[in-house]
Every structure is written in C-alpha cells, then in structure tokens.
Design a binder for this molecule. Structure first.
Ligand code: BGC
Length: 531
C-alpha cells in the first residue's frame, strides 16, 4: 500500500473531528426530547417551543384569495395566493433582496417602511384595478370606521425569526438571527410595526396572521399533499433551520395569553430548534465551530443552527481550510513550482479572495463539491477559480477541500436527523394505530434540502440508527419538499385568522371590496408569471 501523503493525513485529521456517530445521534435525540418537554413547561428554555395559536392543519379544501409576505433572510417576497379548494393554488409573486444596510438599520421603522413600499409596488403592478378601486372608494365613500378598516386583503406575514406570539397576529421579537441586527425592534410587536407602515401608505391590507416559515411549510405540505393525515412536521434547512409540529394542548403547560380555538385539542408549536442545546450538553464543537460562534453577532445562541444551516456551513469550511493552508507540515493551495501541480501552473490565490474574509464563502460551494464526481474534480476546481479566486488548484488540493466540505455537510445532515427523529418520536405517530401502514409525512424547504446533493438521503440513513425508529420506521418517514410554505402556507393561516376575526360593522363593505379584489386578481393571475 502506498504511504499516505502528508496532505491526506492532515486532511483526515480534520475530517475526523466532524464525525458524528450513531451513538452521538442517539444521545442527541434523547436530549432533544428532554429539551422539547422542558420548553412546553416554561419560558426561557433553550428550545422555546412557541405556541402559534394555529390549532389545526388544513385538508386541501380551503378556498379564497389572500396575500402573503415573507421576510426570511436574504429576500423579501410579496405574493397573492388564490386557494382553489382542491389542493391546488395560483400564486403571483415578486421578490427583492433586502438591502444589507437595512438588516442592521438603526430603527425598525426603516426596515418595515421598505417592506410596506414593496407591498405597495406589488399591488400597483399585479392588482392595479383593485388598488385603484380602493383609492377611488377612499376618496368618495366613507366607511363607518374610516379607511383603516377598508382592509380588502387579509395578509399572512411570514417572519422567520424567534417571536413570542401573543395571538395569531401579534408577537414580539425575541432576538434577531441570520445576520439581522436591529436592537430597536427587539421586544416590539412585528405585526404592528408592519401594519403601521402599511397604514402610512394607506394600503388596503390587514396583517391578519404572523407566520413562522416552518409553520407555513407544515400548512402548505398538509394542503398540497393531503393523504389520510396532514404532515407531522414542517422544517426549514436553508439560511437558518427550524421546525414546527402539532402538539396536544394538554401537553402545553405554560400559560397562553391570546384567543384560540380549543375544539381541535391541538396547537402548532414553533420549536425554534436553531437554539437547541445552546448550553452544549451534547452538541459537538470543533475548534472551528468555537471560533465561528465567538465571532458571530449572537455568541451562545442558535448553537444548533450554527452547525446545521446554510448561513454557517461556508464559514466553518473557510475556517478549517485556512488552518490547513497555514499548516507548516504541508503545502496546500501552495506549490513550490509548476511541476508539482497537475495543471502545470502554480496555484495562485487573489488577495481579495473570499477565503480570507469572514462570512464571505457561500455554502453553495459545499453543494458543488458534493456533486462533483469527475475524476479531475473539474467542477469544483472551476468553482474554486470562479467564486473563491483560487486559481489553478492542484487536483490533490481540490480533493482535500472536497473531503472537508463533505465532512461538514454530512455532519449537518446527521444533526438534522436528530431534530426530525425527536419530533417524530414525540408525536408518537410511528406507533399510532391510526397511522398503521401509512407514511409519516414531513414537509421540508430551504436551500440545503433543495440543492445539497444527498442531504435528504443522509438524513434518511441516519434515522435508521435511532432507537425507536430503526430501518422499518425510517422507511415510513417520507421527507418531501413542501410547496411554497411562505406563500401558500401563510395564505392558509391568514384564512384561519380571518375566520377567527370578530364580525365587524362594515363586514359587508369589506366583502364587496374582496369581490372586486378577486375579479382583479384572477385576471392578473392568468397573465402573471410565478417564481
Ligand atoms: C429562525 C427561525 C426560522 C429559521 C428558518 C432561524 O434562524 O430563528 O424562526 O424558522 O431560521 O428560516
């Protein structure tokens, strides 16, 4: 056997630190279940287990026209959704990148004014007839309560940050995640912040529901893929990570302050699992994880998210790769002369390369690395060249890079299995006679599950080793991509919320406006393209 090259040996030493064994998975699941129960009992725990005031999942027969907006991480999206009542829907949507300076704005108002402006532009563009009808009405008719009540559109607001919910459309921001940092917004009701800006622009829109993206995903997956039962879990593995599931009201021991429908006996819980085990009882920590956490905007928080989600994987990789580059025992991304490089050219890294800059390595390079099966790793080397400005990387160096990226991605997927397994076990569906012989549906969304090759497969495999699930149980767990949780899911929750609203004196007036809106929107939907 040929001796292992120093580069391979040093790479393996790094890879080994990212190993997350079957035993680790099982330990993780037990601790996750313990922290889930703790979060149902009291506030201030690391798994927040936030009651959402949504008390059931849809069955596909829901109908109507709703608006939905989504502030999740990188983008802000505005849509109108027509639920057709047969599990299908038509959606018109527009998306803009959230300017970086607004993510760290001085005041919340600056950010929310920008959001309201996007809603205005959307209405003008896609629901112009209705928008003008509203303006005309406002000038000619006065409703009993003034224009503020002319809310023709009920809107679901997907706001994917930890929020303490006080009702279906009321909730205060606990803290920012995913690189947002506007201290002024913490502790404020985010629905009121948005409604104020909408009212300032006199738009015919009412923020009817506050929706976490995972709750939207759970609802959308239950609506769009209705089996005998709705989905058991809605989860996001994207820029951030989190999950929502349906819990028995009787298990929810902490007090609920807002109104809700008690008849179903259930409530959707937003787990906020990004903060699982902030105290690090069981989560792994390599030196690179420790460094990343210390340099983040929220040290000590979202500790699970920092190992799992897209916002962080690129940075973990960057830190590990930098250490390998500095390792004096080897030459990595450095060659003595062109004869040591299979490209016959020495590797050259631009001074401005993202590899030297905190947070600058995008996690998509992990997907490229995982998907490159070419013998020369030509896809990965092109990506190194294009996006990291690492020019003429040698094949062995690209192999080392690939191995470390794979170790980070695999650990993330196996850690994801911990949360999924715990929720499946918590709901007891695998042993529920009503589910006998039936799949356990899990709706997922986000860039990692969509684009990282093998992410779902690796999760599925890890589920097999979990006590209480095993191969047989894992085969029943069906992880499917959810259709547009932040659009359809939010619209469904707006529908639930509209049903809960107290009858107002100008209900007929609103009904009339809604009819106008419907006609305008269906005409528009036929023309519009979706994204
Ligand atoms: C947020 C969650 C959200 C998740 C996925 C996390 O950073 O705290 O509320 O659901 O990202 O977008």
């Amino acid at each position: 056997m040929a001796p292992v090259s120093p580069l391979v040996a040093e790479t393996e030493a790094i890879v080994k630190q990212f190993e997350y064994t079957d035993e680790d998975v099982n330990r993780g699941v037990k601790e996750f279940l313990r922290q889930m129960n703790e979060g149902l009992e009291k506030d201030g725990t690391s798994l927040a287990q936030i009651p959402t005031y949504v008390t059931g999942v849809p069955n596909g027969t829901e109908k109507g026209l709703y608006m939905a907006v989504d502030l999740g991480g990188t983008n802000f999206r505005v849509c109108s959704v027509k639920l057709n009542g047969d599990g299908t829907f038509n959606i018109t949507s527009a998306k803009v990148a959230v300017p970086k300076h607004l993510m760290v704005a001085k005041t919340a108002q600056e950010l929310f004014a920008f959001l309201a402006l996007q809603i205005k532009k959307f209405l003008e563009k896609h629901h112009g007839d209705h928008f003008e009808a509203h303006i005309r009405r406002r000038m000619t008719v006065s409703s009993p309560d003034g224009y503020k009540d002319e809310h023709a559109f009920r809107m679901g607001f997907t706001f994917s940050f930890p929020v303490q919910q006080m009702g279906i459309n009321k909730g205060t921001l606990i803290r920012w995640t995913k690189g947002f940092d506007i201290p002024d917004a913490v502790g404020k009701d985010v629905c009121a912040l948005l409604q104020d800006e909408i009212d300032r622009l006199q738009l015919p829109v009412k923020v009817a529901a506050l929706v976490n993206d995972t709750v939207g995903t759970l609802m959308a997956h239950s609506y769009g893929a209705p089996g005998t039962h709705g989905a058991v879990l809605g989860a996001i593995f994207g820029t951030g990570t989190n999950g929502a599931y349906l819990e028995k009201l009787s298990n929810l021991k902490k007090p609920l302050v807002g109104d809700y429908d008690k008849s179903t006996g259930d409530m959707v819980i937003n787990i906020e699992w990004g903060s699982f085990d902030n105290q690090l009882n069981v989560l792994p920590q390599t030196p690179w994880d420790t460094a990343l956490n210390q340099q983040s905007v929220n040290p000590g928080f979202q500790m699970y998210e920092k190992l799992v989600s897209g916002m962080f994987l690129g940075e973990i990789l960057r830190l590990a790769i930098n250490d390998l580059m500095k390792n004096p025992r080897i030459s990595f991304f450095r060659d003595d002369n062109s004869s040591t490089n299979d490209l016959r050219s020495t590797t050259d890294i631009a001074e401005t390369s993202p590899i030297y800059k905190q947070w600058a390595v995008d996690s998509t390079i992990l997907s490229v690395a995982a998907g490159d099966h070419t013998p020369e790793l030509s896809l990965l080397r092109k990506e190194l060249d294009d996006s990291l400005q690492i020019h003429a990387a040698a094949r062995e160096d690209a192999q080392a890079f690939q191995a470390i990226a794979a170790a980070i991605g695999t650990r993330a997927a196996r850690l994801s299995a911990v949360a999924i397994a715990a929720v499946v076990l918590k709901t007891g569906k695998l042993t529920d006679p009503a589910y006998e012989g039936q799949p356990i549906d899990i709706g997922v969304d986000g860039s990692l599950v969509e684009h990282y090759p093998y992410f779902r497969g690796t999760i599925q495999k890890a589920l097999e080793c979990v006590e209480g699930i095993g191969k047989e149980g894992a085969d029943r767990i069906r992880i499917g991509l959810a259709e547009d949780g932040s659009g359809v899911g939010a619209a469904l929750i707006a529908l639930v919320a509209a049903g809960m609203e107290k009858h107002s004196t100008n209900e007929e007036y609103i009904g009339e406006l809604r009819e106008t809106a419907k006609t305008a929107a269906s005409a528009d939907n036929e023309k519009a393209t979706t994204d």
